[in-house]
Unconditional design. Structure first.
Length: 375
């Protein structure tokens, strides 16, 4: 790690740990949740409201931004931070997930991936070198190597072939990053290997041999189930360096994140808070709340009295009305409340780790959510 980008653990409770990533654009407190700003916006939220929730970092998507408005255009307009009015750190994923999710529109070779754009059908090439070039043009603070997110289910042979390709791409990504990077930027490697423990170990060791200032665990939360996900997290964190941040990609629910923190993960991202918010699903300290439910039509109580979020103080009856009416304000308020809940969850987790009470805190949250989901 460079002097401009560093990570330090300040407290540990079992495998759970709290600390901070230091970057030129600010400190990222860990465990950290990154709201997803796929197309240079955290959907239905003002940037200043995202910041007010306590978010230290957000995520942008390389694939979508390279298609629209285009990385070169964003660079010409001052870079992604200026473009989206966000002056804190930004992490960009490399497009590897789209390699999997857009399976009908792409072709994978040793060189990279050829996509048919979902916007206009144009042919687009994404190689490890181009993925890094796009991220450098965007000016993101933490960048990701291009990988193939192995689909689930996959046979062991399929997972092995995918893993080997991703490791070759990781080497090329690092070489390209070394030529294009700006001071203070960091490149993370991504552990793959599907649900096969020996392949996860092989991937982690291969990435450590290449050497990165941080490591992500990818290819999970794609249908394998929570138990298998946690098993693969444990295998990965047992090997990954203690002095580097660990990022579990695309996760997830409060229970998933707390379970992963208990197993040594530091960073998370997921569209769930804002996607759920747009559909009237709220995350609160009392558990999940489905605001479409008719029982909230005359409920004058605030959405979440335990939350400090201004949006969470709106009455459930009013939010029910907005959601049922399809009013834009409903999506905005519930998304705001959800993103703040996720940030408060991380803040409480950090404090619980420092106080050596993390297991009890995680169990309390799990029980609240189990009760609300059974309701």
């Amino acid at each position: 790690m460079s002097a401009l980008f560093s990570f330090a653990v300040s407290a540990q409770d079992g495998a759970a740990r709290t600390g901070a990533i230091t970057s030129p654009r600010g400190v990222i407190r860990t465990p950290a949740f990154m709201p997803v700003g796929t197309a240079a916006t955290v959907k239905a939220m003002f940037p200043e409201d995202v910041a007010s929730t306590g978010a230290d970092i957000i995520l942008g998507n390389t694939y979508h931004l390279m298609l629209r408005p285009g990385a070169e255009r964003v660079a010409k307009l001052g870079g992604l931070h200026t473009f989206m009015h966000w002056d804190k750190p930004i992490l960009t994923d490399s497009g590897g997930y789209q390699v999997m999710s857009l399976a009908k529109l792409r072709r994978i070779t040793e060189e990279g991936v050829t996509f048919q754009s979902h916007l206009d059908g144009a042919t687009v090439s994404l190689t490890p070198e181009r993925a890094i070039e796009v991220q450098c043009l965007l000016g993101s603070d933490i960048q990701m190597v291009l990988d193939e997110c192995t689909p689930h289910p996959a046979t062991r042979d399929e997972a092995k072939a995918s893993l080997d390709l991703s490791m070759r791409w990781a080497e090329r990504s690092k070489a390209a990053f070394g030529k294009m990077t700006a001071p203070g930027q960091a490149l993370f490697g991504i552990v793959q290997g599907s649900v096969y423990a020996d392949l996860r170990e092989e991937s982690a060791r291969a990435l450590m041999d290449i050497g990165f200032p941080g490591y992500a665990v990818g290819g999970l939360a794609v249908g394998e189930g929570q138990e298998a996900m946690f098993d693969m997290v444990e295998v990965s964190t047992a090997l990954l360096p203690q002095d580097r941040p660990r990022y579990l990609m695309g996760v997830g629910t409060p229970q998933d994140m707390l379970g992963a923190i208990a197993r040594g993960m530091d960073m998370f991202d997921c569209v769930m808070p804002t996607r759920s918010g747009r559909h009237g699903q709220a995350f609160t300290w009392g558990g999940r709340v489905n605001l479409r439910n008719a029982r909230f039509a005359e409920d004058p109580s605030p959405l979440d009295p335990e939350s400090a979020c201004p949006a969470a103080q709106y009455e459930r009856a009013y939010l029910h009305h907005l959601v049922k009416s399809g009013e834009m304000l409903g999506s905005m308020l519930v998304s705001y409340a959800n993103v703040q809940f996720y940030q408060e969850l991380m803040a409480h987790a950090r404090q619980a780790i420092a106080d050596k009470t993390f297991a009890a805190f995680a169990e309390d949250v799990a029980q609240r959510y189990a009760c609300s989901e059974a309701d």
